[in-house]
Design a protein around this ligand. Sequence first.
Ligand code: HEC
Length: 145
Amino acid sequence: MSTLRAWIAATVAAVALGLGAGWSPAVNAADDGVDRHGMENDMPVPSDEASLENGKDRYQARCSYCHRPDGRGGSSSVCLACQKYKWGSKSSSIYATIAAGRPLTKMGAFATSLSQEEIMNIIGYIRYLQEWKIKDDLAAASTSK
Ligand code: HEC
């Protein structure tokens, strides 16, 4: 129930922000049957409107040119909106990736140029990008039937 409430809060915030055209609250995380194994938040991730807005702003300024504005690839070839991650997609793993970078790759460390709060807000925005992709995938599946 608390998960559902958090999701509704995130959705309301996303709609209020106009983050994704056509985002439908009717697609419900609790009953759409979609596996969200790659979205486990072992560290609490903010989902209020102000945090999401800041996360979106920071993501678009610092990450989108390698991961695309929608998080689905780009020059990094890494789909952050997907749930399959090489270095782990729990919130604590994503935090470690962003803060310390991944040595010998183009994924740099952001611990000195982003605050802890900004990193958590970006993770909240990545969760939003994942929900957005789930919604697009559900829509694509229903039109191909
Ligand atoms: C200069 C390009 C570049 C920028 C800027 C960049 N990344 Fe990356 N990122 C990469 C590459 C390349 C990888 C793949 C590293 C590897 O080979 O494992 C990666 C990997 C990741 C991963 C791990 C994915 C996985 O499969 O485990 C996360 C999470 C991530 N980036 C988030 C971010 C966030 C958030 C930002 C902005 C704060 C950001 N990146 C900025 C290039 C970039």
